[in-house]
Write a protein that binds this ligand. Sequence first.
Ligand SMILES: C[S@@+](CC[C@H](N)C(=O)[O-])C[C@H]1O[C@@H](n2cnc3c(N)ncnc32)[C@H](O)[C@@H]1O
Length: 150
Amino acid sequence: MIYAPYVPSDRKINWLIEPYIENKIVYDLGAGEGILACNMVNTAKSVVAVEIDKDKASICRSKGLETITANFMSVDLTPADVLYVYQGYIGANHLANKLQIEEWKGTVICNSYPLADILKKPKEYSEMISYKGTPNINLFIYHYKRKKIK
Ligand SMILES: C[S@@+](CC[C@H](N)C(=O)[O-])C[C@H]1O[C@@H](n2cnc3c(N)ncnc32)[C@H](O)[C@@H]1O
């Protein structure tokens, strides 16, 4: 299922997300032409572009990005420390269900659309970054941590 058309994230997001991706394994879920993912490479430990559109995935690959051509709903996300998602309400809702079922642990950065539960109620986020400008940017950040075993 295609959740969102290709609209690249605003370039300011590069520096807004830097502290969250530093030395982390990052998956850009729906990487488009890989513009943001290529910038993430400078800060992250590694970056994986996941893209459903074959042509866009080829563009990512031609830029040297590790690329998975697939619906992110069918991808094993366990290697990732951080997920970046800019997919609209339904995409964020479906991803939230997948993460819950798979008990995924790590940080999720949602551009514009928060994760939501099965009743479409937005999930409580850990942090929110708001940038007032042109355009306004809202990033919803979720930290799903492993419970400490005593
Ligand atoms: C809004 S763009 C985001 C592009 C990039 N992540 C960025 O922030 O600049 C959404 C991208 O997700 C892709 N996409 C939509 N549904 C998808 C799915 N189910 N699995 C993987 N990619 C998907 C679209 O083809 C499009 O390139």
